[in-house]
Design a protein around this ligand. Structure first.
Ligand SMILES: NC(=O)c1ccc[n+]([C@@H]2O[C@H](COP(=O)([O-])OP(=O)(O)OC[C@H]3O[C@@H](n4cnc5c(N)ncnc54)[C@H](OP(=O)(O)O)[C@@H]3O)[C@@H](O)[C@H]2O)c1
Length: 471
């Protein structure tokens, strides 16, 4: 809708680095739902980029990693995940720094000094070349640290100015009633599934049961669990204590173990899971990931689907190629795919060449995103993102709410997990505000600041990355 992001930004700029960068862009002549209720746009200032750069550079795990050469929190199963994860964190620091310096130069009419930009760019290239090779990557990190720190004072000054600038709140524009009510999505077999649910990793024992029960009290109706979470019994017990009629709930569970992933075993496993959950049907049943005997197991699931014991089928952690292959072998195609979905990683694939959410939508498959808030299995933390924080301030919302809302506006179902009542409430309050098209464009472009590979075509270059390269 709007033209070129930075071209527009420079026109809109009122008072240089410290000024307010928010512009009222309500376009009341639009007729479709998304655009009719557009909020005013608000672009990152050089200070925002500087803050984001410093924040990433200041991540305590980075320093520990450079010194120790290990994942300091040992939270990652896969070595490549954390090697790439730390590299993404550094790229995010370097690229935000470059944008801070170059945007300030562009907008203050001061001639940009080529050297800081090219030294940051060099550090980035070195990182990219070291990709996934541990020793080389660590050396690249050490060099990048020296380069970055040469600009740290300038970045801090920008960030300080930023801290004093006023963040204009968006005008509150009420959503139309139909948008507020749009809390469920219809699967391709006609079953309605809530668009918000409770994730339950680590919700075990009495604490787990209490959290699930609290979520029911607050109005959550979808709960996502799995054989491997070990809390299907807690879910069953929370449901019984809630007194809710079964038809009001939407229970999701998965086949997790390779052992159960074969013909005849899968059916027996589902029966055990039903027992644990104290119910006689499951609303959505998934394969937790591709597994050796999955076509045999799926035949079992198709039979259970025919009998109405599982009301819809799904797969998790399949990329688009895997899903296509899978679809060509099965009679009942998955209605739902559950994959990682965050502002930095929108889908499940090492190289995201396609817009997974968009593609699945076009195939009529609903995407249920996990880890919208949590960094897993990567390192960059969405909840700490400065750009998201600015948007959240503008809407008087929390960062978590903006992250979840971003996912919802991509048509996904969200399943945030929390064991705290106040967060459960906060995470559910995402249907009464909307991110503007400009805000979505910015959030959608954030992977470019961390990405390791060639820019995927589906991500718009709102930072005009290519022209910045020339600086
Ligand atoms: N299919 C798969 O392979 C797969 C993989 C991962 C996850 N999942 C599913 O997806 C669900 C969600 O993923 P997840 O649990 O890993 O991550 P998540 O829901 O994105 O984030 C959960 C983390 O964020 C914190 N949190 C929750 N709400 C918050 C808020 N408003 N403000 C600040 N922090 C907040 C939680 O801490 P507190 O609990 O202390 O609030 C917890 O540490 C899982 O629970 C699981 O059901 C599936």
């Amino acid at each position: 809708m709007a033209g070129d992001f930075f071209g527009w930004l420079s026109l809109a700029l009122p008072t240089g680095v410290g000024g307010c960068w928010c512009v009222d862009r309500l376009e009341s002549d639009r007729t479709d739902l998304m655009d009719q209720y557009v909020m005013p746009g608000c672009e990152p200032s050089p200070g925002d980029f500087a803050e984001a750069a410093l924040k990433a550079r200041g991540d305590h795990r980075l320093e520990a990693y450079i010194r120790g050469g290990k994942d300091p929190e040992e939270t990652h199963f896969d070595e490549l995940d954390w090697l790439i994860g730390f590299s993404e964190l550094w790229l995010y620091a370097l690229r935000n720094a470059r944008l801070a310096l170059s945007t300030a130069a562009t907008t203050t009419a001061t001639a940009p000094s080529a050297s800081p930009l090219s030294s940051l760019r060099r550090a980035e290239r070195q990182l990219l070349a070291a990709h996934g090779r541990e020793e080389r990557q660590r050396r690249a990190f050490q060099d990048a640290r020296i380069t970055f720190d040469q600009h740290a004072a300038e970045l801090r000054a920008m960030a300080e100015v930023n801290a004093t600038r006023e963040v204009l709140a968006s005008k509150h524009i009420p959503l139309p009633a139909e948008a507020q009510l749009n809390r469920s999505v219809r699967l391709s077999n006609g079953l309605d599934m809530p668009r918000l649910g409770l994730g339950t990793t680590m919700l075990n024992g009495e604490k787990g049961k209490e959290a699930i029960l609290e979520a029911f009290r607050l109005g959550y109706r979808l709960v996502d669990t799995a054989q491997s979470y070990g809390n299907e019994a807690e879910l069953g017990s929370a449901w019984r204590s809630s007194g809710l009629p079964r038809h009001q709930l939407f229970l999701v569970t998965k086949l997790s173990e390779d052992e159960g992933c074969r013909r005849k075993r899968a059916k027996a496993l589902v029966r055990q899971q039903l027992k644990l959950m104290q119910t006689n049907y499951i609303d959505q049943y998934m394969l937790h990931g591709p597994c050796p005997g999955m076509y045999g197991a799926w035949k079992d699931l198709e039979e259970l689907y025919d009998e109405g014991v599982v009301r819809s089928l799904g797969v998790s952690n399949f990329n688009l190629e895997e899903l296509k292959r899978f679809n060509s072998h099965v009679r009942v195609k998955p209605h739902v795919v559950q994959n990682k979905f965050s502002i930095y990683h929108r889908g499940w694939a090492p190289v995201q060449t396609q817009d997974v959410a968009q593609k699945l939508l076009s195939w009529g498959v609903v995407l249920m995103g996990y880890c919208n808030l949590d960094a897993y299995p990567h390192v960059l933390q969405p909840l700490e993102d400065v750009h998201v924080k600015k948007i959240a301030q503008k809407h008087h919302r929390t960062v978590a709410q903006v992250l979840l809302r971003h996912a919802l506006q991509h048509g996904t179902v969200v399943i945030p997990k929390s064991e705290r009542a106040e967060r459960l409430r906060e995470n559910a309050d995402i249907f009464s505000f909307q991110l503007s098209a400009e805000e979505m464009r910015l959030l959608d472009a954030l992977p470019l600041l961390a990405y390791h590979f060639k820019k995927p075509k589906y991500i718009e270059d709102v930072f005009r990355w290519n022209s910045k390269e020339e600086l």
